[in-house]
Write a protein that binds this ligand. Structure first.
Ligand SMILES: Cc1cc2nc3c(=O)[nH]c(=O)nc-3n(C[C@H](O)[C@H](O)[C@H](O)COP(=O)(O)O)c2cc1C
Length: 154
């Protein structure tokens, strides 16, 4: 016998987890954290909702769905991603294209929810990465006006 629906999430700083909790409360359905889950944990459900944060455009833990797609493709599959990027169509198109094949995109309903940054909860590696990204952006912003100025002066 199959069950109604399950919400599965993988979350580093709590944003995808919060959305997953809200969805499971609204649907009154099971919720599971994606830690060592396998096909056996999913196959019993008719509807599988997966949510994860975006990290360098990749949806955290999405391989659980992708690696089991053949066995799951007749079910209702819904994926949500949480990210810091504003929800612009062209950016989101890139997110779905880089995470899923064409066949998967046709079958999976995708949603984007605004998350945020909780620096205090990031791992040391991610803290370093974010600091480097900030520095890169700062340098880029400083370069743009001076390059423009150079052009105008010469
Ligand atoms: C290293 C790193 C890379 C990130 N890359 C992206 C990204 O490509 N696109 C985006 O929208 N947000 C990005 N974010 C922001 C996270 O997706 C955002 O904080 C998300 O809400 C985290 O969800 P979680 O706490 O459930 O893991 C990144 C954050 C970190 C720390």
């Amino acid at each position: 016998m199959t069950n109604h629906a399950v919400v599965i999430y993988k979350s580093k700083t709590g944003f995808a987890k919060k959305y997953a909790e809200w969805i499971s409360e609204a649907l009154k359905c099971d919720i599971k954290e994606n830690t060592k889950l396998s096909l056996d944990d999913l196959i019993q459900y008719d509807t599988i909702i997966y949510g994860g944060g975006l990290y360098a455009v990749g949806i955290n833990g999405i391989n659980l769905i992708k690696n089991n797609f053949e066995a799951l493709k007749e079910k209702t599959l819904i994926v949500f991603a949480t990210g810091a990027t504003p929800p612009r169509d062209e950016d989101l198109q890139k997110v779905w294209e880089s995470n899923f094949s064409e066949e998967q995109r046709k079958k999976i309903y995708t949603f984007y929810f605004r998350g945020g940054f909780d620096f205090s909860k990031l791992s040391t590696a991610n803290k370093i990465l974010m600091s480097m990204m900030k520095l890169k952006l700062k340098l880029k912003n400083e370069k743009v006006p001076s390059a423009r100025m150079e052009k105008e002066i010469c």
